[in-house]
Each structure stands twice: as C-alpha cells, then as structure tokens.
Ligand binder design. Structure first.
Ligand code: ADP
Ligand code: TRP
Length: 325
C-alpha cells in the first residue's frame, strides 16, 4: 500500500472544498499507511491570534474525527507535538535554494498581501517537505494549489538522496478524482477558501443545514438560463454541478442534462450538500462535548508519530554529517 499523508492548517473555517479536496480522499483510503495531522506551525506563518490557533487546532482535529478518521487505524497528531518536524525543517533548509522558495506561487500571492512578511512564510514549503519526508510518504493527496509544494518536497528529497545517500522516500502529489477545485459561491472564478472566501461564498462544515441551503440558493449563477456544464463561460453553474457531482459521486456533464432551470439545480445541490454534511456536524457536536477525549487521542497519536519521525531524522542527521550524541 502506498503511504499517504496530509496536513490541515488550523485557520479560518473548514469548508466543502477542504472536505472534497483533502478530508474525504484521505479518510476513504485510511489504513496503517495513512498519516493525518493538524499543521499548527503553518498557521504561524501569517499574522495570527494565539487563542484562535489553539481553538481551531482542537476544532479541526474534532472535525476530522467526526468525518470518520479512525485514530487507531491510522497515524493522527498535531504537528507541533512532534518536534522532529522542526528539526528536519532545518536540515532541509540546508538543501533548498533561496530562489526555489521565492518562486512558490503561494508565497508570491500571500506575501503581496502582507506588509510585514514573516521569514516562516518563505520557508513554509520547506516545513511542508519535512512533514512529508519524515513519514516516508509516497503520495500526498492535495488540491491544485498545493501541488507546487509537493513538487518542491520531491526535488528536495531527490537532491538530499543524491548528495548525502539514500535517506528519504520520494513523494508525489495525487489528485482526488472529482471536484478537485470547489469555487466560491459568490465569486465562482475564485476558489472556495478558508482564508479569503466571505461567509456567503463558502459552505462551512459547521454551518447549520438552513445556512447551507440559503447560501446555495443565493449562489451566483450566470446570465443564461439553461443548465450546461461549461466552466469557462458559465463558472457558477459548473461549480454547482461539480458540487453535486462531488456529493453524489456522479459526472457533472451528465448531471447537467437532468435539470431545466437554475432553481431546480440549486434545490438538488442544497439537498445533496445537507445530506453530506449534516451527519458530520452532528458527530462533531457529540465529540466537542468531550474535549478531554480528543486531547487524549492527540497525545497518543503524537507519541506514536515520534517513534517513526525520530528514525527518519536520525538517518538525515547522520547522512548530512552531524556527530551522533
Ligand atoms: P484554503 O485555501 O481554504 O485556505 P488550504 O490551502 O489550507 O485551504 O487547503 C487545505 C486542503 O484543502 C488542501 O489540501 C487544499 O488543496 C484543499 N482545498 C482547499 N480549498 C479547496 C477547494 N476550493 N477545492 C478543493 N480543495 C481545496
Ligand atoms: N500547507 C497545507 C495547507 O495549508 C497543509 C500542510 C502542511 C500539508 N503540511 C503538509 C499538506 C504536508 C500536505 C502535506 O493546505
């Protein structure tokens, strides 16, 4: 079985794009070779509120468990609870070029919006590479926006292995089959995002069913009236079809033939989204009433992760030339 890994950065509100693009694929394929973690250190790369990061870390962990992640079947932890992530980060900085980090599209986009750019925003993909390489990951299921970072992890692994001897498994990015990119409901040419979407544009996993319905019924469509799947000319309608396809495991083009009017399509999308998310929210509320249980799950997960991560860092330390203690 290929070893799969993914991280969730605890900022903003998890939404349907995160669910389709990241949560569902990894939960659907979970097993002994699955690693899932909350990347709290990544949340410190932009201006942040400490209390918010702490609260979201627990919220995201609880949501993943509510969505079906089984901490006994796979490896599940909080990034900062495993200090080997930052230790390997430094070693990988020593094989990554400044220009390489600066070229990352996400760095360019995020740094343009900041007055004070944190050093950690530049080195963010190197920490991400450490996350991936620590656990001998083969596949990283990510949306389009994170592909470049996985490519960097791959380049860094190959370079380290070539210079210092076989140390790391070389990872690759894999795409989920449908709804790879869910778009914002009120601005369907932008992706649905936990950092930039407005409350109306994002279908949040913890929205009440009525809120979900209202947002979908008000989604921006297009000037036309007939339902066709045409992401370029009719992005709002295509997005609704993609969402419906993601919920029902169908083909968006085929779905387009089943609806005459936008209102009909929206009602079907609303039903499908509520059917998909209401059980996750209900289970979340049960688990959130037992925060000590979730904390214990995370503590045990970190203890297990440190064993494996420690072995990898040991190999890297020795290969790069550090004297054993
Ligand atoms: P956001 O862009 O909402 O801030 P992140 O960049 O933290 O979210 O992404 C978390 C995970 O969810 C990543 O694997 C990312 O590829 C995926 N993801 C985020 N937004 C979407 C989207 N609109 N459609 C599909 N996948 C997404
Ligand atoms: N940077 C990713 C995001 O914000 C989260 C993340 C951190 C990640 N480390 C990772 C994803 C390693 C995949 C693999 O979406």
């Amino acid at each position: 079985m290929p070893r799969r890994l993914t991280g969730f950065t605890p900022s903003g509100h998890l939404h349907l794009g995160n669910y389709f693009g990241a949560m569902r694929p990894i939960i659907g394929a979970q097993g002994a070779d699955t690693v899932v973690f909350i990347s709290d250190l990544h949340a410190l790369t932009l201006d942040h509120d400490p209390a918010d990061v702490r609260q979201r870390t627990l919220e995201f962990a609880t949501l993943l468990l509510a969505a079906g992640l089984d901490p006994d079947a796979c490896q599940f932890m909080v990034q900062s609870h495993v200090p080997e992530h930052t230790e390997l980060h430094y070693l990988l900085e020593c094989v990554t070029g400044y220009g390489e980090a600066q070229r990352m599209i996400q760095f360019k986009e995020k740094s343009r919006r900041q007055e004070h750019i944190r050093m950690s925003l530049l080195t963010y993909p190197i920490l991400m590479a450490a996350d991936i390489l620590l656990y001998d990951t083969d596949e990283v299921p990510v949306g389009e926006d994170q592909r470049q970072h996985v490519e960097l992890a791959r380049d860094v692994a190959i370079r380290f292995n070539t210079r210092y001897g076989a140390t790391f498994t070389v990872p690759r990015a894999v795409n989920p089959p449908v709804a790879a990119r869910v778009m914002d409901l009120s601005a369907p040419t932008d992706k649905m995002s936990k950092s930039t979407s407005s409350a109306a544009g994002a279908l949040r996993l913890l929205d009440e069913p009525d809120q979900l319905r209202r947002k979908i019924m008000r989604a921006v469509t297009d000037a036309g009236t007939t339902v066709t799947y045409d992401p370029e000319h009719s992005p709002g309608v295509a997005n609704l079809l993609d969402i419906l396809a993601g919920c029902t495991d169908a083909d968006p083009r085929e779905l387009a033939t089943k609806f005459e009017r936008y209102g009909e399509l929206k009602a079907a999308v609303a039903d499908a989204v509520v059917d998909t998310l209401a059980p996750v929210r209900a289970r979340y509320l049960e688990l959130a009433a037992r925060p000590d249980h979730v904390r214990e799950v995370l503590r045990a997960g970190a203890a297990r992760a440190r064993v494996r991560a420690g072995e990898t860092v040991g190999r890297a330390r020795s290969a790069i030339g550090l004297l054993p203690t």
